[in-house]
Design a protein around this ligand. Structure first.
Ligand code: G4P
Length: 531
């Protein structure tokens, strides 16, 4: 029986961030292959298609065959216990995608080598920056025509503002992809595609000094590689583990998830460089993961898993100690003790009951409607409170109109509960009360979810009138100024949230800068603080 410390030490909890189609699903499925969690790569993909059949919640999800919420994959590899947090991507991109990053200890950034840094990667990256977590870069699809690797490194640096340190370096790309050069071991691994569920890559490795280099990769690529190495050694940032762990330097790897080239090398290096669960900040200090007392915070609430009961599952990240099924804990924000019953762990779409879990793990517990995003649960005499999860900027806004004004009460109840789960954010006109409700969402699918749920769960019909705003900013120094007197632009609108915090909406991004120019001292933020 391993003790708690050993269990926690072997945990690695991370999220994969990328723009849709960069290869996140493919890479995940190759990781699972190495972990033995699946026998044939392709299962995760299959899961996507099979969702019609297995998903038991929310018609909307069935109709569209997409997942509205994210899940966690846990598997063991090489003595590590790995938790991959799935960040919803395509149409189901939502605030949950951002919040999931709050539960991760590090992130893997997958970049399509032909495209470089794309919009969704930028958004997710900004959230990682908030917490300074280590970020590892996997430049994918080298088996296809790719952009110049130096150019890609420059782009990551200039667009994302993080320095990179290539661990390996590609030799050619596409039809002429010869393999990668390991800068540390100073050897070349030649490219061989391992398709399907093949684990072993029949690659050859040999030193850069070997006489065979010319004949295997060709004299031109050999020459190019020597020049690249010289340039890299002279110009790129040196590997510095301290900077990596602060999220200031990203180790970069090149490979091809589809053909399973460079995936295991990446996984091995990544697991060594990333950390076991990190200490977490509370309002009163730091909680160490190895602390004997259990503590966790809620980062996601998923509604209506079972249509027969209007239940919710609260997903929490364990920050310290050990969890045992049925244990009694303090629900700090609720101010009372509760028993954590029906704990679940998500393995892809399958739910299984967990008996025990450790710091670093994610569990889902039955929520009778008492939890809010960011709530803390803990045991022990000292009641800690983890720092709140920020509110992320919605990008789509609509005015909500109720069709039957007699159902005002249900409407307010429904929309408030859905907002409490964190699926939407609700705002009001700056100068009036609840009569006019403006709803903001990160992904447009949430509008459909809102309409559907209000109708099906609360029996309230609504109409959404889309508003043209795309940018929202919280006013950080709201107490130091008179919000009504802010010199705005013609496309600016003042609103407030339910806690009466003032916010500004804009149609154009450049208006944000203009308003800052016109109002010296005004401080705006893309993130809202919850405590
Ligand atoms: P995502 O989760 O980030 O959205 O990406 P996903 O893994 O679904 O990959 C998107 C597409 O890119 C898929 O093709 C996938 O096969 C392909 N792909 C992923 N990694 C590589 C790679 O290393 N090399 C090449 N050449 N392609 C890669 P698709 O045609 O959209 O889907 P499918 O028909 O293969 O299922």
């Amino acid at each position: 029986m391993e003790n708690i410390t050993e269990q926690i030490k072997k945990r690695r909890t991370f999220a994969i961030i990328s723009h849709p189609d960069a290869g996140k699903t493919t890479l995940t499925e190759k990781f699972l292959l190495y972990g033995g969690a699946i026998n044939l790569a392709g299962t995760v993909k299959g899961r996507k298609a099979a969702k019609h059949a297995v998903s038991d919640w929310m018609e909307i999800e069935k109709e569209r065959g997409i997942s509205v919420t994210s899940s966690v994959l846990q598997f063991n590899y090489d003595g590590y216990c790995i938790n991959i947090l799935d960040t919803p991507g395509h149409q189901d991109f939502s605030e949950d995608t951002y919040r999931t990053l709050m539960a991760a200890d590090s992130a893997v950034m997958v970049i399509d080598a032909s495209k470089g840094v794309e919009a969704q990667t930028i958004k997710l990256f900004k959230v990682c920056l908030l917490r300074n977590i280590p970020i590892f870069t996997f430049i994918n699809k080298m088996d296809r025509e790719a952009r110049d690797p130096f150019e890609l490194m420059d782009e990551i640096e200039s667009v994302l503002g993080i320095k990179t340190c290539p661990v390996n370096w590609p030799i050619g790309c596409g039809k002429n992809f010869k393999g990668v050069y390991d800068r540390n071991a100073k050897n070349i691994t030649t490219f061989t595609a391992a398709m399907g569920g093949q684990k072993e890559v029949a690659a050859r490795e040999f030193g850069i000094e070997s006489e065979d280099v010319d004949s295997i990769i060709g004299p031109d690529y050999h020459q190019q590689l020597l020049e690249d190495i010289e340039l890299l050694d002279g110009a790129s940032d040196e590997f510095d583990m301290e900077l990596v762990s602060q999220g200031k330097l990203s180790p970069a790897f090149f490979g091809s998830a589809l053909t399973n080239f460079g995936v295991e090398t990446f996984l091995t290096h990544f697991l060594q460089m990333t950390t076991s669960p990190l200490p977490r900040k509370t309002t009163t200090g730091i909680v160490d993961p190895f602390d004997n007392n259990f503590s966790a915070f809620v980062f996601k609430i998923q509604a209506n898993m079972n249509k027969a009961h209007r239940d919710r599952i609260a997903f929490m990240r364990i920050c310290s100690g050990k969890f045992q099924a049925g244990m009694e804990v303090n629900h700090v924000q609720g101010g009372r003790k509760i028993r954590l019953s029906q704990p679940q762990q998500m393995m892809a779409q399958d739910r299984k009951i967990v008996e025990e879990a450790y710091a670093g793990d994610i569990i889902g517990v039955f929520d009778p409607g008492i939890f809010s995003i960011g709530d803390t649960l803990c045991t022990g005499a000292d009641k800690v409170e983890f720092e709140g999860i920020p509110t992320f900027a919605p990008e789509h806004f609509a005015r909500v109109r109720q069709m039957d004004t007699m159902k005002r009460k249900q409407f307010i109840k429904g929309i408030s509960q859905i907002a409490q789960e964190g699926a939407i954010q609700i705002f009001q006109e700056f100068n009036t009360g609840m009569e006019e409700i403006i709803v903001g969402v990160v992904g447009v699918l949430q509008f459909e979810v809102l309409t559907y749920r209000l109708e099906n769960e609360y029996n309230v019909e609504v109409r959404l009138d889309k508003l043209p705003y795309e940018y929202i900013r919280w006013i950080e120094n709201k107490d130091e100024l008179d919000v009504a007197k802010i010199q705005g632009t013609s496309d600016m609108k003042r609103i407030k949230d339910l806690r009466d915090n003032p916010l500004l909406l804009f149609i154009n991004s450049w208006s944000v800068g203009m308003v800052l120019d016109r109002n010296p001292g005004l401080k705006l933020s893309e993130f809202g603080r919850n405590n």
